[in-house]
Design a protein around this ligand. Structure first.
Ligand code: AMP
Length: 279
């Protein structure tokens, strides 16, 4: 495994002249956990070469404090990557990725007007800026994204379509802690009390799956929000049940679409997201 910090060096290593059969790419912001590692394992099974990026992308943070407080743990990340199929760790600095300000404005239509797009203005534009840059440099055959960030996965698929890129976007299941909390780099910022109470989030989401015959869609959304907000550590920003392709609100359980319940919660100063599939 090699650590690479410049685009030029990475492009040189990945030059197609070397007869590389396929490149799998896993973008991350570091502070790696088993969720990230599962993406890397999957990439290793399906590709000859695996590239993992570690880059805390400033353009996708609409909240400056969140950017400043984002955990940065390169040394332990590299230790964790040693036991994985990762061949190249791409660890550029901000100037390397943004030698000039990126003024591109992407348009994802309705996809970016709901859920996190609504509450984190500019977030998905920043994600599209950095991911499109990585795609351009690495030219992967497949790129791996976790379903924890469900809206991100849908938007990246739209990005690839818009740019006519021949990259397969591979969805990977949510990896959870023993008590059900979705793994996240931000979990390390929770106090012990916050961390223990955050388990109420998945518990409520899983319970909700069993209540679809008792409540209609809107009632169930209200039940989830009320149940979680009863916990003094947790404050729901939104919980919406949407279809899994266009991310539009579902009004009736009978609608012939796959339904995903997406949630964002504030736990102290930490913002967490999760989701659950209803059918
Ligand atoms: P991040 O470092 O948080 O930007 O995440 C990098 C990638 O790992 C994204 O595709 C995330 O969706 C994915 N990821 C993060 N947490 C998890 C998890 N608990 N399970 C599966 N994938 C995850």
């Amino acid at each position: 495994m090699e650590l690479i910090i410049t685009k030029k060096e990475l492009k040189k290593r990945l030059g197609r002249a070397g007869n590389i059969q396929s490149i799998g790419f896993v973008p991350t912001m570091g502070a790696l956990h088993k969720g990230h590692l599962s993406l890397i394992e999957q990439a290793g099974k399906e590709n000859e070469i695996v590239v993992v990026s570690i880059f805390v992308n400033p353009t996708q943070f609409n909240d400056k404090t969140d950017l400043e407080k984002y955990p940065r743990t390169l040394e332990t990340d590299l230790q964790k990557l040693k036991g994985t199929p990762c061949d190249y760790v791409f660890y550029p600095d901000v100037d390397e990725m943004y030698p000039e300000p990126d003024t591109r404005k992407f348009d994802f239509g309705q996809l970016e007007k709901v859920l996190d797009g609504r509450y984190r203005p500019g977030h998905f534009n920043g994600v599209a800026q950095i991911v499109s840059k990585f795609f351009e440099i690495i030219k992967p055959d497949k790129a791996y994204f976790g379903l924890k960030d469900f809206q991100q996965f849908v938007i990246i698929k739209a990005l690839v379509n818009q740019l006519n890129l021949n990259i397969e976007i591979v969805p990977c299941p949510i990896i959870r802690e023993a008590d059900g909390l979705a793994m996240s780099s931000r979990n390390t910022r929770l106090s012990p009390g916050q961390r223990a109470n955050a388990a109420v989030i998945p518990k409520t989401l899983f319970e909700a799956k069993n209540l679809t015959s008792r409540y209609n869609v809107q009632q169930l959304e209200e039940w989830v929000i009320k149940t979680i907000n009863k916990n003094p550590y947790l404050n729901v920003e939104y919980f919406k049940i949407v279809d899994d392709e266009r991310l539009q609100p579902v009004n009736d359980w009978a609608e012939p679409v796959r339904k995903v319940g997406c949630i964002a919660i504030h736990c102290g100063g930490v913002r967490l997201i999760d989701n659950v599939i209803f059918n």
